[in-house]
Design a protein around this ligand. Structure first.
Ligand code: 3PG
Length: 402
């Protein structure tokens, strides 16, 4: 990959695609890991005399200018992490944005408004990419976690101007390559979280790559429902029942063991400290929802991890952000970190929620590698080509004067 660290950026305006898609609540950033990790990339460029224009998306505003998804609150957090003012520009294309990026002093840093306020972003629209490209002289992709998206700011723009990989993207690729090209077996994958439909394809593929597939979170509910269990008021996807059954059949055919919850913690409401109790996974009462896996399941998962040599983890086991429904996620995270620190497990975790959960358990340092990428991390595990990385590789092989 063409590495921006090998380029003289002095006096240049550098456009960086970052992934500052961080968890938010009530207009405030609730986990700043991605921002903190990104700050050194900016500092390395400003220290070398560049001015920096930051592009990011936040959430999925679907092409609408919805203020709930404004990137404005991120500018303040990034300023704190950098120890330097980051100016927010309330648009990402057009006159106002161009005026701001056209008048940058050396070392100045601006953050543009959410890219996904325009439909051209996810449509990978070349004209939209052109409108973005006028903000700088060079383009850097430092968003490994968006590299699985063929969007205007991750793919089309890289075909329009000198394009490089940023240091965080390089670090992610190097770490994952090292850990995944020939993993120590047995390999266990733990997949949880609530983005059920987006991860079902990933699960299908994992059945042929890993020895044990542990399924938790809202996704497990879809599997339990597919087995015919009553789900009460739990979150699940009835339309995905057939896919879930197909995944179980594929796993059985390939000798991949699937671990599903055998007990769950149910509550009357999706709320912290909601009235709760543990029930068997096939006996969820009508007016209760599953918010975490139970203690028996937690013990089974920990036992499965202690048999594995490599663990890939994406997605929490329960609603970890609500007390006390993070118990299983935190217990499993602690067990995995202990085994890793004892040199008995290579543990690789990825995903915004997963990172927040590991931080909550206080064990991030104990893991072998923690990636802030979610979907990109999983697609990489599947062995899929990531469009945001492919375009950089392709460009580097063509003749171009930077
Ligand atoms: C992520 O959080 O995984 C990335 O920011 C990508 O977000 P997306 O799934 O909305 O494209």
């Amino acid at each position: 990959l063409p590495d921006i660290r090998n380029v003289d950026v002095s006096g240049q305006r550098v456009i960086i695609r970052a992934d500052l898609n961080v968890p938010m609540a009530g207009g405030r950033v609730t986990d700043r890991t991605r921002i903190a990790r990104f700050a050194p990339t900016v500092r390395a460029l400003t220290d070398r005399g560049a001015s920096v224009v930051i592009l990011t998306h936040l959430g999925r505003p679907e092409g609408e200018k919805n203020p709930v998804y404004s990137t404005q609150p991120l500018a303040g957090v990034l300023s704190e992490e950098l120890g330097q003012e980051v100016r927010f520009v309330p648009d990402c294309v057009g006159q106002l944005a161009e005026w701001n990026t056209g008048h940058l002093a050396e070392g100045e840093v601006v953050l543009l408004e959410n890219l996904r306020f325009y439909p051209g972003e996810i449509a990978n629209d070349r004209n939209f990419a052109l409108r973005l490209s006028v903000h700088g002289d060079l383009y850097v992709n430092d968003a490994f976690s968006c590299a699985h998206r063929a969007h205007a700011s991750t793919q089309a723009i890289a075909g329009l101007m000198p394009a490089y990989a940023g240091p965080s993207l390089m670090a992610e690729v190097e770490a994952l390559k090292g850990a995944l090209e020939s993993p120590e077996r047995p390999v266990a994958a733990l997949v949880g979280g609530s983005k059920v439909s987006t991860k079902i394809d990933v699960l299908t593929n994992l059945t042929s790559k890993v020895d044990t597939l542990i399924i938790g979170g809202g996704m497990a509910n879809t599997f339990l429902a597919a087995l015919g269990h009553p789900m009460g008021s739990s979150l699940y996807e009835p339309d995905a029942a057939k896919v879930a059954r197909d995944i179980m059949a594929r796993a059985a055919a390939r000798g991949c063991e699937i671990i599903l919850p055998s007990d769950v913690v149910v509550a009357a409401a999706f709320a912290a400290h909601a009235d709760n109790c543990v029930v068997p996974a096939d006996a969820i009462p009508n007016d209760r929802m599953a918010l975490d896996v139970g203690p028996e399941t937690t013990a089974r998962i920990i036992a499965a991890i202690s048999r594995a040599r490599t663990l890939l983890w994406n997605g929490p086991l329960g609603a970890f952000e609500l007390e006390p429904f993070g118990a299983a996620t935190f217990a499993v995270a602690r067990a995995a970190a202990e085994r890793s620190m004892a040199g008995r497990l290579v543990s690789i975790a990825g995903g915004g929620d997963t990172v927040a959960a590991l931080n909550g358990a206080g064990v991030t340092e104990g893991f072998s590698y923690v990636s802030t990428a979610g979907g990109a991390f999983l697609e990489w595990i599947e062995g899929k080509a990531l469009p945001g990385i492919e375009i950089l590789t392709r460009n580097s092989t063509s003749t171009r004067v930077a």
